[in-house]
Structures are given as C-alpha cells and as structure tokens.
Design a protein around this ligand. Structure first.
Ligand code: COA
Ligand code: MG
Length: 314
C-alpha cells in the first residue's frame, strides 16, 4: 500500500484561526456587532479590558449574549481572570455553564496553571469538547512554553492553542515597542517551537495602534512568516488584513493542488520525491498541501455562509 499523507496528519481538526477578535464582555455595543463580522474566532474578555467593579455585569452580558446569539462558523472563547484572583472562580463557573469552544487563561506561568483549570472543568462535568487556550505573556510563561505545551498534550488535557500577549510581556521585561519586534522575535519563535513540538497552534499578539494599517499589515506578514496560525485582534478594522495574511492565497492553493495531483499519479505511488516543474517536492510537502487545501475549503464554505447570512439579513 502506498504511504498516505493523512497517516502523518495530526488528529487535531483543522480550524480557521486567522483572525481572533477580542471583545470586552462589558461592551454590549461591540458584542452586538459580532454577527456581522468576518473573524474566525471571538475572545470574550472578562480579564484586563473589564474593570473590577464591572466584572459581574460583564458576566451577565455574556450569559445574555450566549443565550441569544449563536455565532455559526466562529470559535467562541471566553478569557477569564486568573483563578488566584477574586474573579477567577466565578468566571470559570460561567464558562462551565455556557460551554464556549474554549476558555482562555491569562498569564499562564507553568503547566500546573493549565492542569488546575482542567481539573476544575472535569469536576464541573464540563463537556470534553471545551478546550483550553493559554496566554503566554509573562517571562516565566515564555521560559516554560515547551513544558506548558507538553503538559497540555497529556491525556485528559484540553490544551489546544497558545496566544502570545506582548503588552504584558513588554511591561514585565522593559522591551520597547518597535517595528519588526527584533528583540521579541527569539521569544516568539520559542513559542512557535513549543506548539510545533506538541501539535498545538499559536496565535500572534494584538497590535494596539489600530489606525496604523500599514504597520499592522507588516506585522501580520511577519507573524505569518514566523508560523503563527493567526493574530489576536482588538478592532474590526483589523479583520480583513489578518484573514488575508494568514489565509492561503490563490498561488499557494494552486501550488498545493499541483502537489496533491503529482502524488496522486499512479506512477508516484512508491515515490517519496517528485519533480514538479523543475523543483523537488517531497511527500512531507503533500501533508502541508492537503492541510492548506482543506483550510482553503473551510474559508470558501465560511464565505458562502457569510454571503447567505447577509442576504437573509438584507
Ligand atoms: N469588537 C467588536 N466591535 C468593536 C470592537 C471589538 N473589539 N472594537 C470596536 N468595535 C466597534 C465599536 O463598538 C464601534 O461600533 P459602532 O460603529 O456601532 O459604534 C465600531 O466598532 C468602531 O469603533 P471605534 O469607534 O473605531 O473604536 P472604539 O473607540 O469604539 O473602541 C477600543 C476602540 C480600542 C476601545 C475597542 O476597539 C476595544 O475595546 N477593543 C478590544 C480591547 C480588548 O479586547 N482588550 C483586551 C485584549 S488586549
Ligand atoms: Mg494580558
């Protein structure tokens, strides 16, 4: 039997996470906008964008929003406050009640932070489909990224995705914001290495200056080149560029289809390398090509769903 690319593909389902928009759960006007936005995922924030005196109201907003507004095709993630804070336990109880796709843990320093939330969710009988995402945004989080990702893959763990948070990391380390993020790149790549070693995905940090489209484009391009699956966003105006940079373009799709066709040729059955128009292509590229084409299909399906939804609304 010929070796199949899918044998090497991790069992993790392919998900679109090009644009992951954060929304303060206290902001009802912004929540109301979500159905009309073309982001792949939404982070409902109960943490740093909500003041201590508004935490309870923010939780009520989410309860009402989840009851009234399905967001088909979008992953829904609730960012909670640390369990060690005054708010974490109630936030996690809300997560267990609402069962979003994932809970996002802030300021994860070590594997135990993830395991503890996993235990609490199990005690609350939360669905096994409820995943954990972890913010890597502290010096210890960066130093421990590999062990966090590794522990997250042990049986029973729900860890699915690491999200880099550079605002906190800059604050803790004194690294200044700078085009090109030269001093941060080694740490960002450490996170990429950690997720790649353990079959997870990483999302690049937010870009604060949402009026500076040019600098945002540059940072999206850089994040994509580094291997991030997508970018955490703070404003709707950032969605289109993130979708474009982190989604496969037409040339990449055409190339992936050519690779799949080359290996589908009966003559290539026993080959691990083929000549594709003067370029060596290995069977390992077939795995990447299949994943890319699958992503392109998901994007096309989403686009037709969004078009149908806007026709219905009109
Ligand atoms: N999600 C959904 N809608 C949003 C949004 C978001 N993150 N940010 C802004 N909007 C909406 C606004 O409500 C506004 O809607 P309207 O036209 O119906 O009034 C529209 O987009 C334009 O917004 P704008 O006036 O340009 O910005 P703003 O002053 O309302 O908000 C921020 C600017 C930065 C305060 C806001 O974008 C925000 O809170 N972003 C997320 C912050 C966050 O989540 N931080 C934690 C993670 S770092
Ligand atoms: Mg943070």
């Amino acid at each position: 039997m010929s070796p199949s690319a899918s044998q090497n593909t991790p069992s993790r389902p392919t998900r679109l996470r090009r644009s992951v928009l954060s929304v303060p759960a206290i902001n009802r006007r912004a929540l109301d906008k979500l159905s009309s936005l073309d982001c792949d995922a939404v982070i409902f924030d109960l943490e740093d964008s909500v003041s201590p005196e508004k935490k309870a109201e923010a939780r009520e907003n989410l309860r009402a929003f989840f009851a009234a507004t399905p967001l088909p095709g979008k992953e829904r993630i609730i960012r909670i406050n640390a369990l060690s804070s005054n708010f974490g336990a109630e936030d996690l109880a809300l997560v267990a009640e609402l069962e979003p796709d994932a809970v996002l843990l802030p300021k994860v320093d070590e594997p135990q932070d993830v395991m503890l939330v996993g235990d609490r969710l199990a005690e609350a009988d939360a669905s096994e489909n409820l995943r954990i995402w972890a913010m890597i945004e502290t010096p210890r989080g960066i130093l421990n990224a590999a062990s966090i990702a590794e522990a997250g893959r042990t049986s029973g763990s729900r860890l699915d995705c690491l999200v880099v948070g550079l605002n906190d990391l800059r604050k803790e380390t004194g690294v200044l914001p700078q085009p090109g993020r030269a001093y941060l790149v080694p740490w960002l790549m450490q996170v990429i290495l950690a997720v790649s070693a353990y079959g997870l995905e990483a999302i690049d940090s937010v870009f604060n200056d949402f009026k500076d489209a040019e600098a945002f484009e540059a940072e999206c391009g850089q994040g994509r080149s580094m291997g991030f699956a997508g970018k955490m966003l703070i404003h709707p105006s950032q969605i289109e560029a993130a979708n474009r940079h982190f989604g496969p373009d037409a040339a990449a799709i055409a190339e992936a289809e050519a690779i799949i066709a080359a290996f589908a040729d009966p003559g290539a059955d026993a080959l691990n390398v083929v000549n594709l128009g003067g370029r060596m292509v290995e069977r390992l590229h077939l795995v990447q090509a299949e994943r890319l084409v699958h992503k392109a299909r998901l994007i096309a399906q989403r686009a037709s769903g969004v078009a149908a939804a806007s026709r219905t609304e009109a």
